[in-house]
Design a protein. Sequence first.
Length: 554
Amino acid sequence: MDSNRVANDWSHLDTRLIVLVPVIILGLAYTVPYFSDRYGIRRYPGPLLAKISNLWFANQVFHRRNIVAVHEMHEQYGTFVRITPNQVSIADPDALQAVYGYSSGAQKGDLYEGFVVFAQNPSMFATRMRDVHSRKRKYLSHVMSMKSIQELEPIILHHQQVLVQRWDALCAEAVKHKAGVTGSCNWKARDGRVWFNCMPWYHFEAFDIIGDLAFGLSLGMLESAEDAAPVVVSQKAAMDSYFDSEKAPVECTTVPAVKTIDESVYIGLLTGTLSFLRPCRPLLAYLPPFKASMKSRALLAKMAVSAVARRLASGESRPDFLTKLITATDDNGHHLPAGELSAEASSFLVAGSDTTSNSLGAITYYLARTPAVQAKLQKELDAVLGSPSPNDEAVIATYDQIKNIAYLQDVINEGMRLHSTAGIGLPRIVPESGLTIAGMTFVGGTEVSCPTYTIHRLKSVWGPDADEFVPDRWSRGDRAELSKYFVPFSIGPRSVACIGRHLAMMELTICIATVFHRFDLALEDPNGKARTLKVYDAFLRKPASVFVGMKRRV
Ligand code: HEM
């Protein structure tokens, strides 16, 4: 009897211990670093949860509002905000050079580990070690130089023409019918306009362009108006076929590319934020909130491998990125190993597609919401391209024709400033020697970031109307001074800033000029429901929908 009671007492103790010990360990794991304050950042304000764990930031990522949440924290606390136990976000214009400038010596933060799609072979984007990154950057700078991009302009113009033909067809349909579906895209006709969400179309165009430029792939998304890209059935078989023509071609099926990339970037950001999730990736694939995005992550790898395998199997010789990557050598004459080809292909697909399409969508939204700006832009375009033609021949603006139209560049820059597609604060680790940033000293190992979205809206730089779309601010102010704080592609010409910025600017300039030269776009309820643009945050800011009413100008 007694011995039974003792046994029962122990079993209670066991249960209590099983619960208590992990709670105590977890509690210590979170509070000891906070109180020991290894990096001396306890003095910086921020949400309590953010000071002791990455869960605050992860929760914002989970709800797709991480960029706007950090912005709100800066509005509440000021210039310095602690957004994770190790990271201080610094919304000071002069911090940009200190953190991202070439001489800062800081390397990419732990977050980038979440974006390693091919283990052992991180892409240049996901590479954190500065020397390894520089080696990769050497291969790729050659591929993405302005000269290379100029050679590929006819490809961009071709896809731009397809977009215009598709939108001409929508306008023509809207004269005959009240509503319809083109591919996967709905539209309705009212007041002499065709009303539709232009976001999927911009995604299709951006994918068609990057598929063609990078791999010579004709994805045909604009033609079909469907989000569908080919993927190999077996990733291993496809990789085995890379340099063995006997094994090509490989069996393919299709996947929704736009959705795949969006979800894989989201899960990359989440696992980048919560390092403990990384070893559990195989398990995440079974948990309902992560299942879809984990599947997309695997599909992204397959999409990249497919693109490389299909391009190599075609045996064609054309001046696309892949050809340049295969032939490029570093200072020691070494070629890019096959594993890295797949990794860079995945990063081209991710970095070169919805960055551009989300920016296009946002610029279109602001132009449609501000008819006076749209009219002024159209006048400037007409002066260079001539009046829009009533017949089927659309003017597809070449880059040389339009790159010097100052107002066009001001409109694009203003849209990119206000929207801030890559609006996240890019985390960097302070080097061992420490850094002085915005007057404060940070010791080696601290993570710091400058939140691009917030920097782009600082009233001290942009004026009291910083939250408004005012392209004239660029000509009325000191353009050179403003440009120092305009960082949509990050900064540092030879460091880690966007390597695709020449391509991006060419795509944005050609597309905005061509579309607004030919069409007039309006919002359905510009002062009501459509007054604000609904956006999903992750690494990028993605407009949920840009619903516009479009008509031909003549
Ligand atoms: C409007 C469009 C674009 C925006 C706003 C944008 C923005 C950025 C930013 C802010 C970075 C720095 C990221 C970081 O440090 O973590 C970056 C890096 C990068 N971007 Fe872009 N980008 C755009 C278009 C493109 C295009 C069209 C490509 C072409 C393939 C591209 C390829 C890359 C690559 C490969 C990197 C990594 C660079 C490195 O780590 O050295 N981007 N981009």
